[in-house]
Design a protein around this ligand. Structure first.
Ligand SMILES: Cc1cc2nc3c(=O)[nH]c(=O)nc-3n(C[C@H](O)[C@H](O)[C@H](O)COP(=O)(O)O)c2cc1C
Length: 188
């Protein structure tokens, strides 16, 4: 089982990057994680370049290919100005018409000072583009600086437990075990 991880933070030393690395270690023997490191190379979304798959910029085509190849996607992101980081939302916008997230099992983590607003916003986006997400496959880690050390250790036992539950939950979605998916939201 292959999971593509996307970090919503482009910082060199990022709590969200640490969380992805922690999940990668915890999931050893369950699934492998490939980190997508091309978020900064994805150009601003332009519907004019989105009319035909062949006209997509190369970085977008590469991103779409990695998504299609993955059994599941793990997103860990901060919140900026009570919203989703622009680089992450921009990359996801490129997949709305091409539908790589449709039917894709996704685990969503939002880790920041608070994180709740970005989490709700991104959850709504992922559900409207038909990602498969369960309640246990999504998690807000507020006060992340007190729970993940600068060297990347998850210092809060409850957070470590939640990450283990998230790994189990994401695996269950991929295996289509007895799961309750979060409902598709109303469009407008
Ligand atoms: C420009 C900016 C805006 C931010 N706005 C918010 C916010 O609205 N809500 C929040 O919970 N954290 C906010 N933060 C704090 C980040 O979520 C926090 O620093 C987080 O650890 C960054 O993630 P990273 O360590 O993975 O880069 C903001 C940080 C920056 C740089």
């Amino acid at each position: 089982m292959k999971v593509l991880a996307i970090c919503g933070s482009t910082r060199s030393v990022s709590s969200n990057h640490h969380i992805i690395k922690a999940v990668t270690t915890m999931a050893t023997g369950i699934f492998s994680v490939e980190l997508f490191d091309g978020l900064m190379n994805i150009p601003p979304f332009n519907p004019d370049q989105d009319l035909h798959a062949e006209s997509a910029p190369p970085a977008v085509a590469g991103f779409r290919h990695l998504l299609r190849e993955a059994d599941a996607v793990l997103i860990s992101t901060p919140e900026y100005a009570i919203g989703v980081p622009g680089v992450l939302k921009n990359a996801i916008d490129w997949t709305v018409s091409s539908m790589e997230f449709s039917g894709k099992p996704v685990a969503l983590i939002t880790a920041g000072t608070s994180g709740h607003k970005a989490h709700q916003s991104l959850l709504g986006t992922l559900l409207i583009i038909e990602s498969r997400i369960t309640a246990d496959a999504q998690l807000v880690i507020s006060g992340v600086k007190t729970k993940v050390s600068d060297s990347g250790t998850i210092t809060d036992p409850a957070t470590a437990d939640s990450l283990r539950r998230l790994i189990t939950a994401l695996t269950a979605v991929v295996k289509e075990e007895d799961i309750a998916l979060m409902p598709h939201p109303t469009l407008f």
